[in-house]
Design a protein around this ligand. Structure first.
Ligand code: GAR
Length: 204
């Protein structure tokens, strides 16, 4: 059973999809903790499922690296990133760039879901940027996190059309409808050994 730490910043619909999947005894992964950089509303999903949560705020630390060290320690307390079965850290709507030291602590067992077809539209405003660029297609990417911003090896992608008159919210919701099952499927494949993060990382 693959142990997961999930990191969120907002509503947590991707977290909810993982929790729902993990409620099936046949699902090969188990969420052992959920962390955030803020009092994210989505933490309530974890609490309702009896899963421990923690908040580590960047503003409480002198540097991003220091914040990353405390966040890493909070995850490692749950047995992730250590020992023969390091588990997996899933950034599912964490709206912060993870510092290099944090990435090195968990690499390559660290994935992110991003609402665009990377390498197009990296960063915090991917949906807005796709609309502003006049893209007719965007989508979702699940990728391994490296030390860059949304630059790590791509694991899975699904395209989503941009429709005339789309608002940022409407387009983001259409993306999320594809994103949730894609993230669940990607975690399932990693847990079953059908998708290797080592191999993905060494190809980059
Ligand atoms: C998701 O669409 C995720 O890809 C995005 O935030 C949303 C979180 O939704 N992440 C980023 O934009 C990171 N750059 P959720 O809180 O409903 O899961």
């Amino acid at each position: 059973m693959l142990k997961l730490a999930v990191l969120i910043s907002g509503g947590g619909s991707n977290l909810k999809a993982l929790l729902d999947a993990a409620a099936d005894p046949d699902f090969p992964a188990q969420i052992v903790c959920v962390g955030s950089d803020t009092e994210a509303p989505g933490l309530a999903y974890a609490t309702a499922a009896g899963i421990p949560t923690f908040v580590v705020r960047p503003s409480d630390y002198d540097s991003r690296e220091e914040w990353g060290q405390v966040l890493a320690a909070a995850i490692q307390e749950h047995g992730i990133g250590t020992g023969p079965h390091p588990g997996l850290v899933v950034s599912a709507g964490l709206m912060r760039i993870l510092p290099a030291g944090f990435v090195r602590s968990f690499s390559p067992d660290l994935i992110n879901t991003h609402p665009a077809l990377l390498p197009a539209f990296p960063g915090a405003h991917a949906v807005r940027d796709a609309l502003a660029a006049g893209a007719t297609e965007t989508g979702v990417t699940v990728h391994v996190i490296d030390e860059g911003v949304d630059t790590g090896p791509v694991l899975r992608q699904v395209a989503v059309p941009v429709l005339p008159g789309d608002t940022e919210d409407a387009l983001h919701e259409r993306i999320k409808r594809e994103e949730r099952p894609l993230l669940v499927q990607t975690v399932r494949d990693i847990a079953r050994g059908e998708l290797s993060l080592d191999a993905a990382t060494s190809r980059s």
